[in-house]
Every structure is written in structure tokens, then in C-alpha cells.
Design a protein around this ligand. Structure first.
Ligand code: PLP
Length: 399
């Protein structure tokens, strides 16, 4: 049940790997990846079952451990990321939790950038300390703060770049150096950059995680996540955690996400192109107090972005002059761009973080992260950029 033609392509360029990578075929020789909706597997003999369980035969045992459709997804994204191994999870948060839990034990210490996705912050600030793992939050853009925060018992450093929602860019190579100096693992949440535009492993990171819910699906259909790293750590730490606690990806989600991977480069390129046009248009508007876009020279970390990213972003952050009231008027005047908290979708989506995704962290934490009441996060989709520009222009005029 393997396709020798397709496992030969280790030198494929990304677009090719995303169409063919990891494909295995059943005896029917189907073109599209098969969806193996099965919990378990049967064995031809008691001896065959024994061999599966003692590892002499590497075949499948149970879908909580591994599943053929999920394995295709893992192999495909592994090729794209240039990682030795990958484990797919039910959601992005399951991937974050898995990466952290597989890195620490009671008595250890974690350092994370403050500008984290809300639930990631909850794990670091609230959940880990309950199990005796201390955490320190730093301003991720200030390398000195990372240096000052690490200790001999620091086992994991955790960051996302660009950050949500203000699109700050953190110097991954510099943080990786600090992680190495104390023997800690650097975990990078690469959702906003996408695997197309940033390769944290090549910058010195040890682990990359994705919420596949975002650009990898890219069409708003299912949740998913993945942890990518070296073979040894995935086999010895990540795999047992998945096996025994069950955060695995469903074969249905893996099938949807395999299809998403096929078109990822096209979608991300188009969405980034449109986002760049919208960012340039907004930057020149008097009602826009601040425009943040990693592909522009006026981005606060433009130099770092140029060094570590291969493209801009599908995301644009903007601060509307006039606070919450003006921001709400702008959002409510949009017709084509829909109000939602998701991102990376084919449909353009706008979020007012202060009252939605970042409501629960409180005013003080928002102020620290620069999430003012006028800040909006725009995820640019696959619509014609001209229609998007017209929608944005019309809404600005309506403020
Ligand atoms: C959405 C998101 C997550 C969580 O992913 P889910 O699939 O929603 O669980 C984690 N990190 C970042 C940066 C995200 O955008």
C-alpha cells in the first residue's frame, strides 16, 4: 500500500511536495488521497498482531497512535517544512499544548513572548504553573529581556512571529541562540508567517507548530494542528504523549487539510499580494492612525522581517483614528469583508481584537501589547483585490 513513485521525491520543490508528498495508495490506485475512516486495523494471524505490537512490523495498530490518512498529511507537511518528523493534532491548541507538555516537567521553567495567541498565553500563565512549571513572559522584540529571563532550569522558549494581532516580528535566530545557551527548546508558532514565508527550523528553532485551521485549510472547514521537529524528540517525547492522551487529528480533517496543502502556495501568494495592496492604500489614509504590515519598509522590525521572511503577510493590522467608536463604524460599514475572529481564510475577515479575541486578557495586558481600542486585524482572502479596496475605501468614508 505504498506508492514508490511518490516516496522517491525527496528533492521536490515546495509546490510539488505539496501536491504529491506523502501520498500512499490503496490497492485500487485512487488518484486522490483515500480517507481511512477506521478506528482500528485487522491482522491476518495472531503472529502478525504480535509483530505489529512489538514494532517488528511497522504497520498501523490504532488510529489514536497513527492513521494512514493522517500519516499522509504528516509526511506532506514534513517535506514542506524540512523537518525530520511531524505529529498532527486535533487543533492548533492541541499542538501548542503537546509541544509544551512534551518539553517540561515539574520544576522546569518556560519563557514566552507576551504577544501570544490568547489560549497559548493561558497555557503558559495559568496551566503550566498548576503543574509546577514556572513561566516568565517577556517583550519578544527585546532580545535583552529573553537573555535576562532564561535560567538553568529553562526548558522551553516559546514565541509566535509575526504576532497576533499587531504583527510584531521577533528575531527567531537571536532567540534560538539564547535557547541553545541554556539547552532549552525553542518552539515557534508559525501560523501568521505560514510555511511558505518562514522556516523557523532553518533559523535555529527546534520545534515548529501550526494551527492548520488557518492557511493550511484556508477555506474555513475544519480544525487541525501539527508539531514538527527532530525524529528523536518526536519519537521519544511527543509520540507517547499523543498515544496516551489522545489529541490526535481525525482522518477526515487530515483529508481536508491534505487538499488544503495542494493549493497553499497559490492561496498564500494571492492573499499576500492583495494584503500588500490594501496595506499600501491604508497607509496613505488620514483616518488610519497606524498601519502595520511586515512587507513594508515602515514596519518597526522591517530589517528582521526581510532577513527571516520570504514574503509579507496575508494579514494587515491598522489603527483607526477615533478609538472604538470609529473602529466599529468602519467595521460595520464593510459589506464584502466579514466580521469574524478566524484568519487565513479564502474569505476576507476583520476582527476588533480589544472586544473579541483579546477581551479576556484585560485592559492592562492589552495596553502592554499595543492593542488599543482603534486596532483592527484584517485577514485578506481570495476575492479580487479591487473589490476589497473598494469595500475598505467605502467603509473609511463612512466613519
Ligand atoms: C488560531 C491560532 C492558534 C490556535 O489554533 P486552533 O486551531 O484554533 O486551536 C494558535 N496560535 C495562533 C497564532 C493562532 O492564530
Amino acid at each position: 500500500m505504498t506508492d514508490t513513485k511518490n516516496t522517491a521525491g525527496t528533492n521536490w520543490r515546495p509546490a510539488t511536495a505539496l501536491v504529491h508528498g506523502g501520498t500512499t495508495r490503496s490497492p485500487f490506485g485512487e488518484t486522490s488521497e483515500a480517507m481511512f475512516l477506521t478506528q482500528g486495523f485487522v491482522y491476518d494471524s495472531a503472529e502478525a498482531a504480535e509483530a505489529r505490537f512489538n514494532g517488528e512490523d511497522p504497520g498501523f495498530v490504532y488510529s489514536r497512535y497513527a492513521n494512514p490518512t493522517v500519516a499522509m498529511f504528516e509526511d506532506r507537511i514534513k517535506m514542506l517544512e524540512g523537518a525530520e518528523a511531524a505529529r498532527a493534532t486535533a487543533s492548533g491548541m492541541a499542538a501548542v499544548n503537546l509541544a509544551l507538555m512534551a518539553s517540561v516537567k515539574a520544576g522546569d521553567h518556560v519563557v514566552a513572548a507576551k504577544a501570544l495567541f490568547g489560549s497559548c498565553r493561558y497555557i503558559c500563565e495559568t496551566l503550566l504553573p498548576r503543574f509546577g512549571v514556572e513561566s516568565t513572559l517577556v517583550d519578544g522584540t527585546d532580545i535583552e529581556q529573553w537573555k535576562a529571563a532564561v535560567k538553568p532550569n529553562t526548558k522551553a522558549l516559546f514565541l509566535e512571529s509575526p504576532t497576533n494581532p499587531t504583527l510584531e516580528v521577533i528575531d527567531i535566530a537571536a532567540v534560538a541562540e539564547i535557547a541553545k545557551s541554556v539547552g532549552a527548546r525553542l518552539i515557534v508558532d508559525n501560523v501568521f508567517a505560514t510555511p511558505m514565508y518562514q522556516s523557523p527550523l532553518s533559523l535555529g528553532a527546534d520545534v515548529v507548530i501550526y494551527s492548520a485551521t488557518k492557511h493550511i485549510d484556508g477555506q474555513g472547514r475544519c480544525l487541525g494542528g501539527v508539531v514538527l521537529s527532530d525524529e528523536e524528540w518526536i519519537t521519544e517525547e511527543v509520540m507517547p504523549f499523543v498515544k496516551h492522551t489522545g489529541p490526535h487529528m481525525s482522518p477526515f480533517s487530515a483529508w481536508v487539510l491534505l487538499k488544503g496543502l495542494e493549493t497553499l502556495p497559490l492561496r498564500v501568494a494571492q492573499q499576500t499580494n492583495s494584503a500588500g495592496q490594501i496595506a499600501d492604500f491604508l497607509a496613505g489614509q488620514s483616518k488610519v492612525k497606524r498601519l502595520i504590515y511586515p512587507g513594508r519598509d515602515d514596519h518597526p522590525q522591517a530589517e528582521i522581517a526581510k532577513r527571516q521572511m520570504r514574503g509579507g503577510s496575508t494579514m494587515v493590522a491598522l489603527e483607526i483614528e477615533g478609538g472604538k467608536e470609529a473602529a466599529f463604524r468602519f467595521v460595520n460599514a464593510l459589506d464584502l469583508i466579514r466580521i469574524s475572529n478566524n484568519l487565513g481564510d479564502a474569505k476576507s475577515l476583520i476582527t476588533h481584537p480589544a472586544t473579541t479575541t483579546h477581551q479576556s486578557i484585560g485592559e492592562e495586558a492589552r495596553a502592554e501589547l499595543g492593542i488599543t481600542d482603534g486596532i483592527l486585524r484584517l485577514s485578506v482572502g481570495l476575492e479580487d483585490p479591487q473589490d476589497l479596496l473598494e469595500d475598505v475605501g467605502k467603509a473609511l468614508a463612512a466613519i
